[in-house]
Structures are given as structure tokens and as C-alpha cells.
Design a protein around this ligand. Structure first.
Ligand SMILES: [Zn+2]
Length: 266
């Protein structure tokens, strides 16, 4: 467990090459866990931390969206309130029922579905902090972010990602760009993506210009008659120098997939 700022911690794992974090937030009366990673076992350090530090705070587990690397540890918190956007339980169930061999098998303990859901926004107000869960469609239909008013911190789920966003199973380009423009209005100093390092709001601009740039370039290539499998558009073309330098083989593969997702949509 790493303390990010007073009262806020992260726990990081490697999920098949993707650095992936969950968050822990202690407010006066509640202990929030943001995402449960890939298995209940991933959450052991968080459970040990809560046993020592949470006291009698009420536990609130948040799923930022239904993808396996954010919810497959839910069984570690089977007795707790698990909260998500209202579409999330159905999408988790569909993922569990899917015969798609590309999807990771769920853990033996199963994946308890979120029992508390909301539409646009849900706020937990404690005396020392207000924690807002805000629906942010784009990366997925059910994506949400966790905004801490007093700390000026945003847990962004996969709504933003470093060094570049992942289009797989996204909810459409326009919804995502609209979401990112809304997020930029929030008074936030630190953005914590589920994948990548915590940084300032520049990550939101970087993701927006990547998304817009990729769709524009893919549409232009398609109009010129370039076949789907022959798109030759290097990631650095759509990234600033820092993000380009951070793009490893894993994210080069994500970028190649993103080109295909964009091709199918434009
Ligand atoms: Zn995701």
C-alpha cells in the first residue's frame, strides 16, 4: 500500500502486462475501496490494511466499470456494499456468461455483482470529505470516476489511461470526448488512472487529443482506400513526448487494436 496523499492510498499489481491500481480512501465514517483488481487474492494487502486502519468505518466498495481487471476481486468483499453505475451488474453478468475465449476466466470464488447502483451521480458526504461517483461513459457504457472534493483527487478508472486510452469495448468516440471535456471542469489537482501513473489534468487533454487524432487519421486512411489490416499509423503521431516515451510493447499492441476499433466505427 502506497500513501498518495493524506487519507488516500493505492495498491498496484501487474495484470497481464498492464500496471493496475486500486484505491483506498478513509473518510471520517467510511472506508472506500475503488476497484477489486483481478482476483480476491490481489486484494489481500488491502484487507490487511483495512483490518489495521479502517476501525469501525463502513466499507464501501466501488467498481469503476465491469472489465475483469476491475471487478474479479469482488469476492474479497462479499459482505460489503458494492456500488457501481446501474448498467454495470448486467455487463459483469454478460462477461461471466460469455463464451469468448479472449476473456479471462473468473476466479473460483465467483464475482459478486454490485448490489447498489445509480444513474448519473451518487455522493457520500462526510464531514471531512465528499466522495462523488460520477457516470462517465466512453471507455465503457458503465464507466464511472470517483471525485474527492476536499482532496482534489480524481480516481479515473479507465476513463483516462496512461500512456494512451484503450478503445476496446468502448461506448463510442463522441460519448468519450464529451465525458473528457466534462472532467476537465472538475477542480482536481491529481488524476489517478487505473492503468499508469498519477499526474495532473494534462492526462485528460492528452487522451482527448489521442482519441480525436486517431479517429481523424483512420477516417482519412479509410477514405484513401487503405485496407483495415494495413493501417500504418505509429502511436507517437498522436502522443506528446512523455506519453510516446512511455509507450511500451503492451501499449503499442493496444494502439494497433485501437486503430482497428476506430476503423470499424468511422
Ligand atoms: Zn476497462
Amino acid at each position: 500500500m502506497k500513501e498518495l496523499t493524506p487519507g488516500i492510498w493505492t495498491h498496484a499489481i501487474d495484470a497481464e502486462g498492464f500496471p493496475t491500481v486500486c484505491g483506498v480512501i478513509l473518510t471520517e465514517r467510511r472506508a472506500f475501496v475503488v476497484d477489486t483488481l483481478t482476483t480476491p487474492d490481489d486484494m489481500r494487502p488491502v484487507l490487511e490494511f483495512l483490518a489495521v486502519s479502517a476501525g469501525d468505518r463502513r466499507l464501501v466498495v466501488v467498481n469503476t466499470h465491469h472489465h475483469w481487471d476491475h471487478v474479479y476481486g469482488n469476492a474479497a468483499f462479499a459482505q460489503a456494499d458494492i456500488v457501481a453505475q446501474q448498467v454495470c451488474p448486467r455487463l459483469i453478468q454478460a462477461q461471466l456468461d460469455s463464451a469468448d475465449e479472449m476473456l479471462r476466466l473468473p476466479p473460483a470464488e465467483g464475482v459478486p455483482l454490485p448490489g447498489i447502483t445509480f444513474g448519473d451521480r451518487l455522493t457520500y458526504a462526510d464531514r471531512d470529505e465528499s466522495v462523488h461517483l460520477i457516470h462517465t461513459p466512453g471507455h465503457s457504457e458503465d464507466s464511472l470516476v470517483v471525485f474527492l472534493t476536499r482532496a482534489r483527487v480524481l480516481f479515473a478508472g479507465d476513463t483516462v489511461e496512461w500512456p494512451l486510452p484503450n478503445f476496446a469495448q468502448r461506448d463510442g468516440m463522441e460519448a468519450w470526448v464529451t465525458t473528457l471535456r466534462r472532467l476537465k471542469q472538475l477542480p482536481v489537482d491529481l488524476v489517478v488512472p487505473s492503468h499508469g501513473r498519477a499526474m495532473d489534468k494534462a492526462i485528460i487533454d492528452a487522451n482527448e487529443s489521442y482519441i480525436l487524432g486517431v479517429y481523424e487519421a483512420v477516417a482519412a486512411a479509410k477514405a484513401r482506400g487503405v485496407p483495415r489490416g494495413e493501417l500504418d499509423l505509429a502511436p507517437a503521431r498522436f502522443l506528446g513526448p512523455a506519453a510516446a516515451a512511455a509507450t511500451d510493447a503492451v501499449y503499442e499492441a493496444v494502439h494497433r487494436e485501437n486503430l482497428l476499433w476506430a476503423w470499424d466505427e468511422v
